[in-house]
Design a protein around this ligand. Structure first.
Ligand SMILES: Cc1cc2nc3c(=O)[nH]c(=O)nc-3n(C[C@H](O)[C@H](O)[C@H](O)COP(=O)(O)OP(=O)(O)OC[C@H]3O[C@@H](n4cnc5c(N)ncnc54)[C@H](O)[C@@H]3O)c2cc1C
Ligand code: SF4
Length: 489
């Protein structure tokens, strides 16, 4: 513990943002990393409590008190080593993790929690600036070949772990760029894509082979799911050519809203809007959806909805309204009741504050209304109440709002089934790839040598959980191939 009285002396300092007016003119990251001195002071707020609940709250079990202390003492290089010992990509999580660790921070019981995520961000950005993040190629090769389907955080974490213990790893990706939802999906203003590209370069130097525009299994994917593939490799071929396969293909099927008028022009699944915007920013391809001067309604909260809000403001939307089916959560959580768990509370993202976002809670969409030419012009909704887990419409509460574009951001139901079918992988009750995470044979599907990790197994989740699963699955694959593994779980 660097400074025993730090938590009493110093206030929490948040990372600063570029002003709204300036950041709406571009799609670049706008968060300003803490200075070295600020990070040190924030590190000094850590109490190094006997039981570090933050370490348990973090899905990759980052050893947070240790790097807080090291940053406070100015041992940045060592802090980076400790951080990398549990997390392959703190540059991703330091930017876009919702930080469940901070909800579990003991200081958070009666004061503002330690700014763990901002310290993590400062450590990894300094690591890159100082040239400390270098390839770590294996000294001995095993001659075993592993195929990974999908280049999201689960696939990348698994690939890096397996390459570092000497396996020949190939990552197959159907998109034209690597990174999974981090590459195409999450806007550049939340995660600059050079952050992914420099990791890919590091991994290439570690021996990982990447193949983009290659789809594994069936070449057909449901409408609305990104597919840039020009090559198809059947599942049987992959199983024959490799000693083990990890399915890290995400959960891509969007939840739909089958109400009257859904077929009208101007109503899109969120990623039909966000992915082309990524392609416009990164590859110069024009996004066919432009909401300049339009009234936008985003249906669904969460990160995806919020990213539609921020992108709409950057395109110059006339207004943005966001609907949420559930009632408004409390502004502040009931700490004694929920700590150290992730609390239900009102979450306002930076995107919400980029305009006068109207947020409507406990509202259900009834119908999209036609302008007479097949375009959506308005949306009819009704207020709802929840009783005993059941949704009841409030009589007489129907209302209509103008809507020239609607984005459906109600989550993703399951992975693309044809991929699982192609491998003969059993599904769980929610149609995800069936595999456990603990005990013998974990991450192993019912098909010998075929493993599953990340959203394809657990359902729609978070980057930090995908990294955890990728790391843990890599250990199981290594043990499957070699009889034992030195990789950490
Ligand atoms: C808009 C949006 C915003 C989000 N914001 C956040 C956030 O701020 N913080 C956070 O923690 N999480 C966020 N998430 C969730 C997070 O992105 C995911 O949980 C995470 O990316 C899952 O990682 P994954 O590796 O399991 O799968 P994915 O990232 O989905 O990657 C799977 C990859 O597999 C590829 N693939 C699929 N099938 C095949 C096939 N047959 N052949 C070849 N390739 C295939 C796909 O093209 C994709 O690139 C967000 C999600 C969305 C949609
Ligand atoms: S990865 Fe997320 S939960 Fe873990 S320490 Fe970083 S911000 Fe916290």
């Amino acid at each position: 513990m660097g400074k025993p009285t730090g938590f009493m002396e110093f206030e929490r300092v948040e990372e600063a943002y570029e002003p709204v007016e300036a950041r709406l003119k571009h799609y670049k990251e706008f968060v300003i990393t803490l200075s070295d001195d600020e990070a040190k002071t924030q590190g000094a707020r850590c109490m190094d409590c006997g039981i570090p609940f933050c370490n348990n709250g973090c899905p990759v079990n980052n050893i947070i008190p240790d790097w807080n202390d090291l940053v406070y003492k100015g041992n940045w290089k060592q802090a980076l080593d400790v951080l990398h010992s549990t997390n392959n990509f703190p540059d991703f999580t330091g930017r876009i993790c919702p930080a469940p660790c901070e909800a579990a921070c003991t200081l958070g019981i009666n004061a503002a929690p330690v700014g763990i995520k901002s310290i993590e961000h400062a450590i990894i950005d300094k690591g890159w600036d100082m040239g400390w993040v270098v390839p770590q190629p294996a000294s001995v090769k095993t001659g075993k070949k592993v195929a990974i389907v999908g280049s999201g955080p689960a696939g990348l974490a698994a690939a890096q772990q397996l390459a570092r213990v000497g396996h020949d790893v190939t990552v197959f990706e159907k998109s034209s760029r690597l990174g999974g939802l981090l590459g195409f999906g999450i806007p550049d203003f939340k995660l600059n894509k050079t952050v992914i590209d420099r990791r890919v370069s590091q991994m290439q130097a570690e021996g990982v082979n990447f193949r983009t525009k290659v789809i594994i299994g069936d070449k057909h994917v449901p409408a609305g799911i990104n597919n840039d593939a020009t090559t198809v490799i059947p599942a049987e071929q992959l199983k024959k050519d490799f000693d083990a396969v990890i399915l890290a293909a995400g959960s891509e099927v969007p939840r739909d809203l089958p109400v009257p008028g859904r077929q009208l022009k101007g109503i899109y699944a969120a990623l039909e809007f966000l992915i082309p915007q990524n392609k416009e920013v990164q590859q110069g391809l024009t996004n066919p959806i432009n909401v300049e001067g339009k009234h936008v309604v985003v249906i669904g909260g969460g990160d995806t909805g919020s990213d539609c809000v921020g992108t709409s403001y950057r395109q110059g939307a006339a207004s943005v309204t966001q609907f949420e089916l559930m009632p408004a959560p409390p502004e502040q959580e009931d700490k004694p009741l929920v700590w150290p768990y992730w609390p239900l509370k009102m979450r306002t993202s930076s995107s919400h504050k980029e305009g006068e976002t109207k947020r409507e809670f406990a509202v259900a969409t009834k119908e999209f209304i036609d302008d007479g030419e097949g375009n959506v012009k308005a949306l009819r909704a009704v207020r709802v109440e929840w009783k005993d887990g059941k949704m009841i419409e409030v009589a007489g509460s129907e209302f209509e709002i103008p809507c020239d574009a609607a984005f459906l951001a109600m989550g993703f139901t399951n992975p693309v089934g044809s991929l699982l079918d192609a491998f003969g992988v059993e599904r769980d009750a929610r149609n995800n790839a069936k595999a456990t995470t603990d005990g013998e044979g974990c991450y192993h599907t019912n098909v010998n040598g075929v493993f599953a990790a990340g959203d394809v197994r657990r359902g729609q989740s978070l980057v930090v959980w995908a990294i955890r699963e990728g790391r843990q699955a890599a250990r199981e694959v290594d043990a499957f191939l070699m009889g034992d593994s030195i990789l950490p779980r």
